[in-house]
Design a protein around this ligand. Structure first.
Ligand SMILES: Cc1cc2nc3c(=O)[nH]c(=O)nc-3n(C[C@H](O)[C@H](O)[C@H](O)COP(=O)(O)OP(=O)(O)OC[C@H]3O[C@@H](n4cnc5c(N)ncnc54)[C@H](O)[C@@H]3O)c2cc1C
Length: 510
C-alpha cells in the first residue's frame, strides 16, 4: 500500500454521502480546515443522492456529542430546536438479563468517592457485611432524575452532587442532517446532487468519482460516508471486513414512529424481547420506536407485529425494515480514502454508539490530518489503530449485555453459550473479584457505564478495593446515607423534562 499523500497535504476534499456521517464530517472539517471562499486553502465538496436517501434512524446519542458540538461549532439550543430534540440522561434496560429485571445505565457516577476511594467499593463493603444499602442505582443522581422524569443541566460546581452527571440528546435524524447541512453550506461546503456510479483510481489512490450525469469529481482525499453501501472504501484494494455476528447476532430492525405520549422521559428505553430488543426514543413531536432482532429467531412480519403491539401511541407511518451486520472494516483509512459512519462499520444500535463513532473518526482525522511532510503512513496507521480500539471496546460493552443473561429463549441461550472475546472476560473477572471497572482512558465507556451494566445484568462484586477499609465502616455508611439524601433533595428541586424542553429547546412541534 502506498503512503498517502505522495505529493503533499490534501487541498481538495470530497465527502461521498450526506447522511449524519457526511454532514457531521462536513461541519467539523469546515470548522477546522475552511471551505471554498475561506482564507484557508482547503476546498470541501459533498456528493449525495436524494434518490438513495439516508438510513435516517440514528436518533439517540451519548454525552460525547456535546464535545462534538464544541469541536464543530454547533450551538446546542439551535440544534435541539431545529431537530425537535430532547435531553437524555441514560438508557433504561427492561427485561435484560432476565424477564422482570429493570436497571438504568446513567450518564454519570454512582455516588462520589469516599475517602478518595470510588463509591462502588464502599457500597460493596457494606453489602458484603449484610447492610441494607439498596441497589447501587439509588446513589446515581441521573437515575433518580430519570425515575422522576426531571431534567436540568448539571451544576458547574464540582463539589455539588448536582455536578455528578452528564447528558446527551435524542433528535430527529432527518432533521439533524438538514440542520448540519445548513451550517456546512454557510461555511462554503459545496453540495452536489448525484449518484456515484464509478470510482476512478490509480492503485490504492482514488482520483475521482464519476456521477451518473457524467460529471467527474476529482479530489485529493475522499471521505466515504456512503453508509452500508461503502461505495469508495469497499472497492479499495486489500479492503477486509471483521465479522462480529457470532457475538452480536441481531441483523435486522423494523422502525416506526408513534404519537408522543405523556411519558416524556429524559432517557431511551431498551426492552429485551424473545428475539432481540425494542427501543423507545421520546422526541418533541413523536416517539421513535424500533425492534432490533435476529432474523434466525423471528420472521420480519412477526417482528413488525410485536413492535406495533407495544407502541404507547398511534403509529404515524408504516413499519420500515432495515438490515445490517455487526462488524468493522479492517482499515477505515485505506490509501487516500477514509471511511466514516456506517461505511466503516456498525455494532447494532444498542447503547447508541454509532454517532459517537462518527464523531471519534472525524476528531481523529483532524488530529492525524495528512500534512505535507514525508512519512504519512504513520498518521494513517495511528488513525486506524485509534478507530479499531474504539470499535473493539464498544463491541465488548455491547456483548456484555447479551452474554450475561438468564433468559430462556433460543437467541438468549445462544448468546450466553458463545464464549466472548478474552478482553471482555478479563473485564468481567476483574469486576467480579474486586469491583474494578475500565476507565474512559480505555475506550468510550467510563467505569460508571460498565458498573451499571455489570450490576444491572446481575453480577455483584465478591470483593472490593481494600483501600476502602481506611475509612471507618460507620463513617462510610453515614457518607452513603448522606449521598442518597442529597440526591433525593436535589432531584426534588429539578424541573420536569417536559418543562425544561419547552423553555429551552422548543422546536416546531413544541
Ligand atoms: C436500526 C438502526 C438504529 C440506529 N440507531 C442509532 C442510534 O440510536 N444512535 C446512533 O448513534 N446511531 C444509530 N444508528 C446508526 C446511525 O443511523 C448511523 O450511524 C448514522 O445515521 C450515519 O449513517 P451514515 O451517514 O453513515 O449513512 P446513511 O444515512 O445511509 O447515509 C449515506 C449517504 O450516502 C449517500 N450515498 C450512498 N450511495 C451513494 C452513491 N452511489 N452516490 C451518491 N450518494 C450515495 C446517500 O444518499 C446518503 O446521503 C442506527 C442504525 C440502525 C440501522
Amino acid at each position: 500500500m502506498q503512503p498517502y499523500p505522495e505529493n503533499g497535504a490534501p487541498k481538495s476534499i470530497v465527502i461521498l454521502g450526506g447522511g449524519t456521517a457526511g454532514w457531521m464530517t462536513a461541519v467539523a472539517l469546515s470548522n477546522h480546515l475552511g471551505g471554498r471562499g475561506s482564507s484557508k486553502p482547503v476546498a470541501i465538496r459533498l456528493v449525495e443522492s436524494d434518490d438513495i436517501g439516508i438510513v435516517g434512524v440514528g436518533e439517540a446519542t451519548l454525552p460525547a456529542i456535546r464535545e462534538f458540538n464544541a469541536f464543530a461549532g454547533v450551538d446546542e439550543a439551535e440544534m435541539l430546536a431545529a431537530t425537535n430534540g430532547t435531553y437524555k440522561l441514560g438508557i433504561e434496560f427492561v427485561d435484560w438479563g432476565r424477564v422482570g429485571n429493570r436497571y438504568v445505565h446513567p450518564f454519570g457516577a454512582h455516588g462520589r468517592p469516599i475517602g478518595g476511594v470510588d463509591f462502588v467499593h464502599h457500597w460493596t463493603r457494606a453489602r458484603l457485611a449484610g447492610e441494607a444499602v439498596g441497589a447501587i442505582d439509588d446513589y446515581s443522581y441521573a437515575i433518580e432524575a430519570c425515575r422522576q422524569n426531571r431534567f436540568q443541566p448539571p451544576s458547574k460546581d464540582m463539589a455539588a452532587v448536582e455536578s455528578t452527571y452528564s447528558y446527551a440528546y435524542h433528535f430527529d435524524a432527518g432533521l439533524y442532517s438538514r440542520f448540519l447541512r445548513s451550517i456546512a453550506e454557510r461555511r462554503c461546503v459545496v453540495r452536489t446532487e448525484g449518484k456515484v456510479e464509478a470510482v476512478e483510481r490509480e492503485g490504492d489512490r482514488i482520483t475521482a468519482l464519476r456521477l451518473a450525469s457524467g460529471e467527474r469529481i476529482a479530489g485529493d482525499l475522499f471521505i466515504d460516508c456512503s453508509g452500508f453501501r461503502a461505495v469508495a472504501i469497499g472497492s479499495q484494494p486489500d479492503d477486509a471486513w471483521e465479522d462480529w455476528t457470532q457475538w452480536l447476532p441481531c441483523d435486522r430492525a423494523v422502525a416506526v414512529p408513534c404519537a408522543r405520549s405523556d411519558d416524556f422521559s429524559p432517557y431511551t428505553r431498551s426492552t429485551a424481547d424473545t428475539a432481540g430488543w425494542r427501543w423507545r426514543i421520546p422526541l418533541q413531536h413523536r416517539t421513535g420506536n424500533g425492534y432490533v432482532y435476529s432474523s434466525a429467531h423471528i420472521s420480519d412480519d412477526e417482528a413488525a407485529a410485536v413492535l406495533l403491539a407495544n407502541l404507547d401511541g398511534e403509529a404515524l407511518a408504516d413499519p420500515r425494515p432495515l438490515r445490517f451486520k455487526s462488524g468493522r472494516r479492517r482499515a477505515s483509512w485505506n490509501g487516500n480514502c477514509v471511511a466514516v459512519g456506517l461505511s466503516s462499520g456498525f455494532l447494532e444500535p444498542l447503547e447508541s454508539t454509532s454517532i459517537y463513532l462518527i464523531q471519534a473518526a472525524v476528531t481523529y482525522l483532524v488530529k492525524y490530518w495528512p500534512g505535507a511532510e514525508a512519512g504519512q503512513a504513520v498518521l494513517r496507521n495511528a488513525f486506524n489503530q485509534a478507530i479499531d480500539f474504539e470499535y473493539d471496546r464498544v463491541r465488548d460493552f455491547l456483548i456484555l449485555h447479551y452474554w450475561l443473561n438468564e433468559r430462556p429463549e433460543p437467541l438468549w441461550r445462544r448468546c450466553r453459550e458463545t464464549p466472548p472475546p478474552e478482553s471482555l472476560i478479563e473485564i468481567v473477572d476483574l469486576f467480579r473479584k474486586r469491583g474494578l471497572a475500565p476507565s474512559r482512558r480505555n475506550g468510550l465507556f467510563a467505569a460508571p457505564s460498565w458498573i451499571s451494566v455489570l450490576t444491572g445484568q446481575g453480577l455483584s462484586p465478591e470483593g472490593y478495593d481494600r483501600l476502602a477499609d481506611h475509612t471507618p465502616f460507620e463513617a462510610s455508611l453515614a457518607a452513603m446515607t448522606g449521598e442518597r439524601a442529597q440526591i433525593v433533595r436535589g432531584v426534588a428541586g429539578m424541573t420536569t423534562h417536559a418543562d425544561y424542553v419547552g423553555r429551552h429547546a422548543a422546536g416546531m412541534a413544541a
